[in-house]
Design a protein around this ligand. Sequence first.
Ligand code: GLC
Ligand code: CA
Length: 566
Amino acid sequence: MEERKWWKESVIYQIYPRSFSDSNGDGIGDLNGITAHLPYLEKLGVDVLWLSPVYQSPNDDNGYDISDYRAIMDEFGTMEDFDRLLAEAHARGMKIVMDLVVNHTSDEHAWFVESRSSRDNPYRDYYIWKEPRDGREPNNWRSCFSGSAWEYCPETGMYYLHLFSRKQPDLNWENPQVRREVYDMMTWWCEKGIDGFRMDVVSFFSKDQRFPDGAAAPGEKYGDFSPYVINGPRIHEFLQEMNREVLSRYDLLTVGEAGGVTVEEAKKYAASDGSELGMVFHFEHTDGVMEEKVIGKWDCGKPRMPRIRSILNKWQLELEGKAWGSLYWDNHDQPRAVSRFGNDSPKWRVLSAKMLATCLHMQKGTPYIYQGEELGMTNAPFASLEDCRDIEEINAYRQYVTEEKVISADKMMQCIRTVGRDNARTPMQWDDSANAGFTSGTPWIMVNPNYTQINARAALADPDSVFYYYQKLIRLRHEHTVIAYGVFEPLLQENDSVYAFRRLLDNQVLVVACNWTDQDQPCTLFDEDPSVHPGAVPEELICNYSVHKTGVLQPYEARAVLYRAD
Ligand code: GLC
Ligand code: CA
């Protein structure tokens, strides 16, 4: 068994503060709103809260554009509010993990204000400045949020790089002074007593210093930066340095958001020797799995279970004993899990949400729950662009519908309702009062109208709710080491409807089977001759049905049975 660590046995709950709970009626969630709901989170039983960025920010990308790393965003409250949240979470036995966004800053950060002011400013080299090429951008890289990744500054006649919006200039990680500043800032937060970092786009820190053009599709103006940015030449050197300078000095949970990471790379980022990070988020089961590609990331389809399974199983098998993994269906950049992977119709929503939860939480790795996932919250019926707030959605709409006219407004809205990031960002649904109990004012983004049915108060009053199912899954992980540390083995890999696997630890075998369809599916895994599990006493740990059918998994049925030979 690998080395035990608290963060390998924990369940993490991600909070998107802007949409969690508004304590002062301005329509925007805030820190005091989170503190007020700590009893709810404690009841759920999660161990760690990861806060999406709460730092000072002009909010071009909802806090992922930071203008002061040591101050709290005015709309979210004050540093005293933060200190109180941290103390109260700790008092209830929950840890706090901060989002660390250091691939880029806001263009309103003091470093950038200095940097852009003149070619010889001491902060010039904190960012990535290039001369024009033939009077145009230095290369053809496309920004993640549409258009060129370069912005021209007339003050000094040069371009700066921004892989995201033009208000998110990329820091120059080649500059040792930049790295020193970042490590000092991280240490400052660690000294405050925080418990870890989720590192934003960590796989983008190190750029190929030749800055070559990227491959562009025929007729496309911009090219793909990925091969020259993702898992770049010095990334592991940087993270090892960060580990020596900061991470190794504290007992932290660290998780890198690593778009474009392969299993091979993940073994370095999250190596068991602890030389870099604790774990990474990969995107293989969320990016490009929807099977009805429209344009760019935009899609209106559904993923197929066998494809998701082969990706997740590959990660389970390949990381075994070499690196620790993370488990997630949902976060603030993804559509709602039950709408995407499950079935959000009233008939199947609860069952399929529980099935997905079982499928994920019984795997090996640290599970992440995104706010509202524990209620089975769904995608939202955004009718037109006016309902949207996300810069990625707005820029893509502008490009594809308004400027290039390559898809219709209807199609684009359909894509946004399917994969847009705002689906995850509608307010947390607390109760069936106005605005779902999120705010007494006007919410910054529309509330999903299904809050009258789907809300925390209703869930807490219903013993069969998705909430109590998650509560049980979390408790099981705390009670059974086989769930945290058991070795993963795929089962029934030829079955296109049932996702099954087992976990092995000492004398224990945990068998898990999940029906991903709305039909009965034959499955005899739990009815086999007991000699298959010699001498073992079966104990059903969890199931989303109270009555079983022999030889069959009912629609969206999920079961986990532990066989223990004592
Ligand atoms: C990450 C964040 C996303 C943000 C981007 C730029 O992918 O999760 O929300 O837009 O980085 O910081
Ligand atoms: Ca507020």
